[in-house]
Design a binder for this molecule. Structure first.
Ligand code: ZN
Length: 139
């Protein structure tokens, strides 16, 4: 069995963003040389997500508005977490809803995604460098 590990870095200039990363994960898979197995992609931060859905800008705007209704950033005083001096209480909740990781099957050297499935990085507390782990195992 082969094992491959790589960290991807993101430095988002805004507080929140959704970034399409399917191509970067594809490149990892090619680099790994693995033909059959599994590919795990996870955010290594508790205020960011990795998820799979449609690459459609309207949907991403819907996520942004829906998440802001569920857990508005302001006023920051509404979150107990922010009593620690942080201002990212909302980002922890948004991350919980959007998830930590995805696992994609690898078949014949390709990510075995559904027709409209694409992989995204969700940033909820940006303006700093953050990491995503790609781990691929198989043969
Ligand atoms: Zn925090």
């Amino acid at each position: 069995m082969k094992a491959y590990r790589k960290e991807l870095f993101f430095d988002v200039s805004t507080r929140r963003a959704f970034i399409h990363i399917t191509h970067q994960v594809d490149e990892c898979l090619i680099e790994s040389g693995i033909q059959e197995g599994f590919c795990l992609v996870n955010a290594m931060h508790i205020t960011a997500s990795v998820f799979i859905n449609d690459n459609e800008p309207g949907l991403h705007q819907d996520y942004e508005e829906w998440l802001e209704r569920l857990a508005p950033h302001e006023p920051i005083s509404q979150y107990r977490h922010n009593r620690t001096g942080e201002d990212n209480g909302d980002a922890h909740l948004k991350r919980q809803v959007m998830g930590r990781e995805v696992v994609v099957a690898v078949t014949e050297g390709r990510l075995d995604l559904g027709t409209w499935e694409r992989i995204f990085y969700g940033e909820f507390d940006g303006k700093r460098r953050k990491r995503v782990l790609v781990k691929i195992i198989g043969e």
